[in-house]
Design a protein around this ligand. Structure first.
Ligand code: URA
Length: 251
């Protein structure tokens, strides 16, 4: 059979490196019968595999990069582009902002930005990683710089952290900082992990502060540092490791 007990890499390590679980979590997944190697459910967490040759599946989904080689790209999105693989109204999409050689739909985006929002958009070729980066249970922090109409009081800013109800859901921010005030506007730095659709605009709008400008400045450990608006770059292995480590959890 394909699996070996002495050669290759430990299946637990391979699953962990692919961002599927922690090593201990991998053991649980195996015991629950959720891991297949070359089509066969395995029950021995000590088994070793060859990530380059063996077909490894977890919960029915093939690990794209079992050796932890998921690739990543970040884009400093500018306004006027929709976050979509194809727009029925022929609007320009974020893929149009990528360099020609990267304009490939294998790049999946993690976490949309509205057409009029700027900032950090992360792409990867790993569906599993997208799931983990966007599901609130993994608590990946996103940071935004927001310019709002009016000057929010300290009490209103506290409400953003306490929670604002919208369509039976409680939307919350983790941190809110007032950075500066102008004649009839203010600039805030906000941090959240929930990532509901249009969350920043909805929450501030509910408190009477229309969002005039929105830019995502951080996504987990990633920042826009070194990128100009409209530019993109591949992430290094070190950056990808940091990102994947942040979304490992016990299963
Ligand atoms: N919150 C919003 O309201 N819009 C975005 O694009 C991102 C977060």
């Amino acid at each position: 059979m394909m699996t070996r007990e002495t050669q290759g890499e430990k299946i637990q390590k391979v699953l962990a490196q692919a961002g599927v679980s922690s090593r201990r979590g991998a053991e649980n997944l195996i015991r629950q019968g959720l891991v297949r190697v070359n089509g066969t459910i395995i029950d021995n967490p000590a088994i070793r595999v060859d990530p380059a040759k063996d077909v490894i599946e977890c919960r029915g989904e093939r690990l794209l990069y079992p050796s932890g080689k998921a690739r990543g790209l970040i884009l400093y999105k500018i306004t006027g582009y929709v976050t979509s693989t194809g727009d029925p109204h022929n609007q320009k999409t974020v893929y149009d902002l990528l360099p020609k050689e990267e304009r490939d739909k294998k790049w999946l985006y993690a976490g949309r930005l509205d057409r009029d929002t700027e900032g950090l958009l992360f792409f990867t070729d790993s569906g599993e990683l997208v799931h983990r980066l966007t599901h609130p249970s993994y608590k990946v922090k996103k940071q935004y710089r927001v310019k709002v109409q009016g000057k929010p009081t300290a009490a209103r800013l506290k409400l953003l952290v306490k929670g604002v109800r919208h369509q039976d859901r409680l939307m919350r921010m983790d941190r809110v900082q007032l950075m500066k005030t102008e004649a009839d506007s203010a600039v805030l730095k906000v941090e959240l992990h929930q990532g509901e659709k249009r969350q920043v605009k909805i929450m501030l709008g509910k408190l009477g502060h229309e969002v005039l400008y929105l830019c995502r400045t951080r996504f987990g450990p990633l920042s826009l540092k070194g990128l100009k608006p409209g530019q993109s770059r591949r992430l290094t292995e070190v950056e990808m490791d940091a990102l994947i480590r942040g979304v490992l959890q016990q299963n």
